[in-house]
Design a protein around this ligand. Structure first.
Ligand code: CA
Ligand code: CA
Length: 159
C-alpha cells in the first residue's frame, strides 16, 4: 500500500507539472528528480535508515573488496553511527561479502551480520533487515544475534 500511495503521489506531481505553465528549466528539474540511483554503473551498496530500504539514504559504499569503516569516527561513507537498518544492492559483484557490526571494532561477541551476494546484476535488491538469517537465489544473510543490530550498525566491512 505504501508503494502504491507513493506512485499516486508521483503521478499527481507529474500531472501538476503538466498543467503548469511551461518554463525553461522545468524539464531539467524534473529529470534530475527522477534520476534513479539504479543508473549507477559500478557496484554500489546503499544503506538506509529504515527497514526495507525506506527513510533516509544514509550513504553508499562501492563493492570494492578490502574496505572497512568505523562509523563512530570520521569516514568517507557519511553513514552515521547506529542508524542503518537495511541496504540495497545495485550491480554488486557476485561473491561480494558485506559485514555489518554493532561493535565499531568488529567484535564478534556483539551482533553482526554477513551478507553474501550470490547473483551478479542485482539492481535494487533490498536486504530488509540485518536481524534475519535467510538465503535465496540472490543473497545469503547470516545474522549472529546478541541483542539487536538494526539501527545499531557501527562498522561496515566489504570484501
Ligand atoms: Ca553500535
Ligand atoms: Ca548489540
Amino acid at each position: 500500500m505504501k508503494r502504491m500511495s507513493i506512485g499516486v503521489g508521483v503521478v499527481g506531481a507529474l500531472m501538476l507539472v503538466g498543467c503548469g505553465v511551461e518554463q525553461p528549466g522545468e524539464e531539467q528539474e524534473l529529470s534530475s528528480l527522477q534520476a534513479p540511483i539504479e543508473t549507477m554503473a559500478t557496484g554500489t551498496i546503499a544503506f538506509y535508515e529504515g527497514n526495507g530500504g525506506t527513510q533516509t539514504l544514509l550513504g553508499t559504499i562501492s563493492d570494492e573488496p578490502g574496505q572497512a569503516y568505523n562509523l563512530t569516527r570520521s569516514n568517507p561513507t557519511g553513514i552515521p553511527n547506529d542508524e542503518a537498518r537495511s541496504l540495497v544492492l545495485y550491480n554488486v559483484r557476485a561473491g561480494a561479502e558485506i559485514r555489518v557490526y554493532d561493535s565499531s571494532s568488529g567484535a564478534t561477541d556483539d551482533d553482526y551480520a554477513i551478507i553474501t551476494v550470490k547473483a551478479a546484476g542485482l539492481n535494487g535488491y533490498v536486504v530488509q533487515t540485518f536481524q534475519q538469517s535467510y538465503e535465496d537465489a540472490s543473497v545469503r544473510v547470516s545474522y549472529i544475534r546478541d541483542n539487536g543490530l538494526d539501527g545499531k550498525v557501527s562498522r561496515i566491512v566489504v570484501n
